[in-house]
Each structure stands twice: as C-alpha cells, then as structure tokens.
Design a protein around this ligand. Structure first.
Ligand code: B12
Ligand code: SF4
Length: 508
C-alpha cells in the first residue's frame, strides 16, 4: 500500500442513483460517514439521486484530485446496478484506488459483495468508526493495521477474511451533519402530505427486536440507542430555523421505544410542532398512556408506519415479530381516536400455505378498513432473508424450512452482485416477487392492490387531482364491495391516465 494523497486522507463518497430526483432525500448514510471522516481528513459526497449521471460525476471528481479511497453505499434492489457501474468505472480509471462498499447489501451479503473484482473492502454494519480507521490505514499504507479494524471484511490469498464485528455504537454525530457538502441542502426538502418542506432525519438508531425477516435485525442484532435530548433539540433547531423545514420524516428504524424514555423526546418535539412520520410497532403505541398520547398529538405525529405483517398468529410467531393480530386491529382503532394515520404493511404469499395466507390477509385488511378507513395499507410479498445474512447473535438459531420454488427445487440465492441485478432478484429485494409465487397469484395480489388503492387513494398522493381520486374510488367501489378483484382492466386503464402514487416504491 502506498500513501497517495499527501497529508490528510481524502475520501470520495458515492450514493448510487436509486430513486427519482423528486423522491431524493438526504443521503443520511454518507452524511454520517462524512461527519466522521472529516475529523481527520476530508470527504466529498456525490449523490446519484440528484446528480443523475453518477458515473460521469464520479470520474470527473477523480480527475480533479487524488483520493485515498472511494466509499460506495449499497442497498439491495435497484441501487445495485448503478453501484456496479460506478465501481467498474472507478476501477478502470484508477486501478489502484481502493473501493469500499458499505450499507445493507455488503452487510447482509458480505461474501457476495467481495466476490466482485471491483470491491476491495466491505464494511459490515455501522460505518462511522470502521471506515475512518480503514481510510487512515490505507492512507498511511499500513496493511498491518487492517486485521484490527472491527467490522471490516477484506480479500486475502486464502479467500475472504471477516474481522471481528464492531460492537454497537451509541455515539451519534457530535455536531449537526455537514449538510452543506451536498450543495444547497434545501434541494432535499420535499413537498409531501406532511408539509411543503419535509426533511428526512434520523434521531435514534437500531431496534431492540430481532424479527427474522428484517434487514434491521440483521444489521443491529437487537440493539438500539435513543438520541440524547440536547442532540435532538440541536438538530430540530437547525432543521426548522436554519434549513426552513416545516415537517419531518423520521427514518429511525423503530421510533417508539420504552415510554419513559420517549416522554422527554416527545416533549422537545411538541415544542417544535413539526408534523412528522415514523416507523413504529403496534404494541409500543398500544402501551402508551393517555398523557403520552397527548404529547404525541401535540408533537403532531401525522402517520405511523406499522409492520402488521400478517393476520396469522403462527406466522407472526415464526418470524418472531412479537405482536399479535388483535394488536393490529386495536392500533388501527387507537390511531383513529388520536388522529394519527396508521400505515400498515403486510407480507403476503409466504412460502407455506401461500394462497390461503394471502386470501386471509386480504380479508384482514378489509376488517382494518372497516375499523379505520383512513388506514393506509402497504402489501409486500414475503421475501425472507437468506440464513447466511443473519446477525451473528442469531446464527445459532435453528434453521428454518428450506425455501423451495414452484417446481419444488431449493431456492439458491445469487452469489454475485451481477446476479442480484436480474429482474427476479431485484423484485425479491423489493418484496415484489418470490420464486414460490405463481403468475396467477402474483396477478391476484396486483389486482387486489389495484382495487384497494383505487377504492381508498392514499393521502400521500398530492399529484392526482381530487376529482380523479373520487372518480377512481367510485369506479372501484363495486369491485371492492363484491370482492371482484380479478382483472380490473378499467381501473388499470384509468390508473395509467392518473398514475396514483405508490408509497411502497417511492417512500413519502
Ligand atoms: C430512506 C430509505 C430509503 C429511500 C432512500 C432515499 C434516499 N436516500 O434518497 C428510498 C425510499 C428510495 C428507499 C427505497 C428502498 N429501500 Co430503503 N430505506 C430507507 C431507510 C428508511 C433509511 C436509510 C437511511 O438513510 N438511514 C440512515 C443512515 C445513517 O443509516 P444507513 O443508511 O444504514 O448507513 C449506515 C450503515 O449502513 C453504513 N453505511 C451505509 N452506506 C455506507 C457506505 C460505506 C462506504 C460505508 C463504509 C458504510 C456505509 O454506515 C452508515 C452509518 O452508520 C431505511 C431504514 C433505516 N432506518 O435505515 C430503509 C431500508 C434501508 N430500505 C430497505 C429496502 C429493502 C428498500 C428497497 C430496496 C425496497 C423497499 N420496498 O423498501 C427500496 C427500493 C425502492 C425502489 N427504488 O424501487 C431496507 C433494507 C433491508 C435489506 N433487506 O436490505 C431498509 C433497512 C428498510 C427495512 N426495514 O426493510 N429506501
Ligand atoms: S420491529 Fe421492525 S425494525 Fe425492528 S426488527 Fe422487527 S421489523 Fe425490523
């Protein structure tokens, strides 16, 4: 290893394009990494969601100065293809420049990521400490330090070496994130149903639960840390008064933790009165006392995304969700009383009892709509993570039933990043299809979702005019009423004209 960049290390951070420009939110992963890297060096961020030609932008940056390493954030699904393209282009332009992948994809599929010739290192889990340590070692050309870097996986003559994992870090950013590195940060404020200038923010990190299907459990292994009060206050002050945000989408993995710890945080949020959205659990909301709900209302929580997952107690036990179907129904009612919209997500078409479970879920969704018609419903196909991606704390757990495709053959997960870019695997990562789902069932699910979202258009859709939503709702009502979901050709046609928004694809 040679020291390539003079005194202080320079790192290029890239967020490959994964969504439309209008749906782009702060690339929080890279902002957190930049905050750490800039303590001992410098970093530059290229956000492919805004800079649409991410490959050209990255190469241009490499021509402008020397870098110690390029760090690329990679989430499974649509982000892989541009991640591969930008990594290949960097390798070709600067063959000796180390390329580091971090984020959910290399954490869950470390060996797969490192099988690629254009990935030199993978950082598993939180990157704020591991990445600056790696960059410092690379900068000083000190290969002997590599084995001591926790959370790092690297290539070796004998194959991939996984260093010890890094213990969960509770240390959040010590100052306001360096938003100015993105150019004008106001470009990331978006008009949503929450407000005219909604900002994405992460206050707490991790989740204390370990649901088997969830990437968050695989990443954090059941650890969580709430923000210190002063930090929350500092960040809200900046976001509201300096940036001009009027509402917040908290991307915290699971916002509501223990009630007594939430109260002081909610008190601060109640002072700022910024309408907000978050991920939450049914049991946590049901356990809040009336006085805490008062605070929740005062802080202006508008919508809570709750993983209901399934109406089947057996499946909920199987995936270790820790909530029950009656709690899902109860939370729909509770949210109605408090003026909060529950956004309930379901995983249909599990590998066992695929069709029955799906039909059962449709009926359960109807029951929720009866209790609280304002509930928003997200329907995903259940796509469990491969066992190899379990968090090390969960590796001892007994194996689940092997997954089989429609022909009864075992499901073999991709072994290279390229394979993960095939449509069927992108769909798998996006919970849109699975190898055990027949074409007939997939169409049935699509048709149900079409009828449901026409019958009950989402409040998150600001684009479609009210008259169009009303017309679609009226057109869908007989189908919904008579459960005639199949082949809703007239709704599909109308939808193509109106293009209703799909929150499960674009986020808020
Ligand atoms: C915002 C978000 C999005 C946004 C991204 C918008 C943007 N940035 O412009 C949008 C809406 C586009 C999106 C889409 C998807 N998302 Co998303 N998304 C999130 C969310 C809510 C927040 C991500 C975030 O900013 N976190 C805050 C930062 C600080 O944390 P971080 O990203 O994890 O980064 C840390 C580490 O991962 C690591 N790291 C990250 N990058 C790098 C890079 C390097 C070089 C290094 C060293 C380290 C490193 O260090 C960082 C600091 O510790 C997460 C859930 C969550 N709370 O994290 C889900 C999440 C990441 N998404 C997920 C998924 C699956 C998707 C989809 C692929 C599928 C889907 N249906 O949701 C889609 C794709 C949709 C499509 N385009 O078709 C999953 C990933 C799990 C998995 N199994 O892989 C998550 C965890 C949600 C979940 N609970 O299932 N998403
Ligand atoms: S509670 Fe939610 S975020 Fe936490 S592990 Fe379960 S599904 Fe994932």
């Amino acid at each position: 290893m040679i020291n390539v960049t003079g005194n202080a290390p320079h790192t290029l951070l890239v967020n490959p394009t994964m969504t439309s420009r209008a749906s782009a939110r702060f690339p929080l992963s890279l902002l957190h990494l930049a905050a750490s890297l800039d303590r001992e060096g410098n970093s530059r961020i290229i956000d492919g969601n805004l800079d649409r030609d991410v490959v050209a932008r990255t190469l241009q940056a490499l021509d402008e100065r020397d870098y110690t390493a390029v760090g690329i954030s990679v989430m499974g699904g649509p982000q892989l293809e541009p991640a591969i393209a930008v990594s290949r282009a960097v390798r070709e332009r600067r063959p000796g420049l180390p390329i580091v992948w971090g984020g959910y994809f290399p954490t869950l599929y470390t060996e797969t990521a490192l099988s690629a010739p254009y990935v030199d290192f993978a950082i598993r889990g939180q990157g704020e400490e591991s990445f600056p340590e790696l960059v410092a070692a690379l900068h000083q050309g000190d290969a002997a330090r590599l084995p001591a870097i926790h959370g790092l996986s690297r290539k070796h003559e004998e194959g991939v070496v996984h260093n010890a994992s890094r213990p969960f870090s509770r240390q959040g950013p010590v100052a306001v994130l360096p938003y100015e590195k993105l150019g004008d940060p106001r470009r990331y404020l978006a008009r949503t149903f929450l407000g005219r200038r909604t900002v994405a923010h992460q206050a707490s990190v991790g989740c204390r639960f370990r649901c088997t299907f969830c990437g968050v459990a695989a990443m954090f292994g059941g650890a969580t840390a709430l923000p210190p009060l002063a930090r929350l206050e500092r960040d809200l002050r900046y976001l509201k008064y300096e940036l001009g945000a009027d509402s917040i989408q908290y991307v915290d993995h699971n916002f509501f933790d223990r009630e007594q710890d939430m109260i002081p945080l909610l008190e601060i949020m109640a002072r700022y009165e910024l309408p907000w959205w978050c991920y939450a659990r049914a049991d946590a909301l049901l356990n809040l006392s009336e006085s805490t709900w008062k605070l929740v209302r005062k802080s202006r929580l508008r919508m809570a995304y709750i993983g209901a997952e399934s109406p089947s107690p057996a499946m909920l036990r199987d995936i270790r969700k820790g909530t029950r179907p009656d709690q899902t129904l109860a939370v729909a009612e509770l949210c109605r009383r408090h003026g909060v919209i529950p956004e309930l997500s379901f995983m249909v078409a599990p590998p066992e009892n695929t069709e029955e479970e799906t039909e059962h879920t449709f009926e359960f969704i109807r029951e929720i709509k009866r209790i609280n018609p304002q509930s928003e419903i997200i329907v995903y196909i259940y796509t469990p993570l491969p066992e190899s991606s379990r968090h090390e704390k969960d590796r001892h757990r007994r194996s689940t039933m092997p997954l089989r495709d429609l022909q009864g053959e075992p499901v073999v997960f991709p072994a290279t990043p390229e394979e993960w870019t095939q449509k069927r695997w992108v769909d798998y990562a996006c919970h849109a299809d699975a190898p055990w789902v027949s074409e007939r069932l997939r169409r049935r699910i699509d048709d149900f979702v079409t009828v449901l979202r026409c019958r009950y258009p989402t409040v998150q859709d600001l684009r479609s005019p009210t008259w169009a939503k009303r017309t679609l709702a009226a057109a869908a009502s007989w189908r919904y009423g008579l459960r005639r979901y199949d082949r809703p050709w007239e709704l599909n046609l109308a939808n193509r004209l109106v293009r209703l928004r799909m929150p499960q694809v674009s986020g808020l």
